[in-house]
Design a binder for this molecule. Structure first.
Ligand SMILES: [Zn+2]
Length: 325
């Protein structure tokens, strides 16, 4: 589906087969001399077709269209190499851009998860990596990115799009903010019905702390309309931020309660006892990918609590946490 959702701003729904996210919203901002495409979809034929048909329906050519990649995940960055034309720019934060060019290479892909073997997964981790959509569906390589910094402006037609650095969901994720029209292209930083995934694989990355700070940063802006990367557009930006902050506060309490019942538990063991918004009766029967994301999310809350000195860590074969310090 392709529609003009605001003056000269179009939304192309790019299907994400087998993903609970269902669609990626790729946005196109049409200017007088050049246009901007925000995000692309997975490297899958269904995504390529939807994006090509969408651009055709809007009536623009990639010959005068730049691409802005909100963050490294393959449902956003997977098709950049397929769509970018010579001489056009691909904007992204430096942090995520450096990762995107290596996503197709299995070994560098694996290296991103150094430390993950200590989270307590029972299987060999290669089984998780092979099946991960981030590895399977990315074709972006050898791109000379135009790195964007926090507060930098990209001008497209009547819109002055300010890059806002909002780490948490990834280390380099950026939103775009249009001050005069009070618009926010929120990427995966703020979604309406879905809680953005905040996952970490090592003690070094306190992504939940970054995410909470990035939510507070957006809360300071005047926003009338949010253009998220998945699901519906919405108006209640500040209310949604409060809901997301509440969600993580509840998750923190949940993790503390699980630890109060038993000391020395691995992130995997803790994740198996948390409530997840997916149907399952037996944790061990869940597909690899779902256990992988759930454990990463549990780990993000554990690292956050550890840095607040609320829980302790025993660094043995696995990371094991206890609810005292
Ligand atoms: Zn994402």
């Amino acid at each position: 589906m392709v529609e003009e959702v605001y003056k000269n701003i179009w939304k192309i729904e790019v299907p994400l087969p087998k993903s609970p996210l269902k669609f990626l919203n790729a946005y196109v901002i049409v200017g007088d001399k050049k246009n901007l495409l925000i995000d692309t979809g997975f490297n899958r034929q269904e995504c390529k077709d939807a994006l090509s048909q969408g651009l055709e329906k809007i009536g623009i050519s990639m010959d005068n269209t730049d691409i802005f990649v909100t963050h490294l995940h393959s449902d956003h960055s997977g098709l950049v190499s397929d769509f970018i034309k010579k001489g056009r720019r691909v904007y992204c934060s430096k942090k995520d851009a450096l990762d995107i060019n290596t996503l197709r290479d299995f070994n560098s892909w694996k290296n991103k998860f150094i430390g993950a073997e200590k989270l307590g997964f029972p299987e060999n981790l290669d089984e998780y990596f092979d099946r991960h959509p981030g590895f399977k569906f990315n074709n972006t390589h050898d791109i000379e990115f135009s790195y964007v910094e926090d507060a930098e402006i990209i001008q497209i037609g009547e819109y002055s799009l300010q890059c806002i650095f909002t780490p948490g969901h990834t280390k380099g994720i950026m939103c775009l903010y249009e001050k005069n029209h009070r618009l926010l292209f929120s990427g995966d930083h703020i979604l309406e019905r879905i809680t953005p995934n905040i996952s970490v694989w090592s003690m070094e990355n306190n992504a939940l702390n970054d995410y909470i700070n990035s939510l507070e940063k957006i809360k300071k802006l005047n926003v009338d309309k949010v253009f998220p990367s998945h699901r519906k557009l919405f108006d209640h930006c500040h209310r949604r931020i409060d809901e997301l902050l509440d969600h993580h506060r509840e998750r923190i309490v949940e993790v503390e309660e699980i630890l109060s019942k038993k000391s020395l538990q691995s992130p995997y063991e803790i994740a198996s006892q948390m409530k997840w918004d997916i149907k399952f009766t037996n944790w061990d029967d869940l597909p690899h990918v779902q256990r992988w994301f759930a454990t990463g999310e549990a780990m993000a809350h554990l690292v956050y609590l550890y840095n607040l000195r609320k829980i302790s860590l025993s660094d043995n074969k696995y990371y094991e946490f206890s609810n005292f310090y």
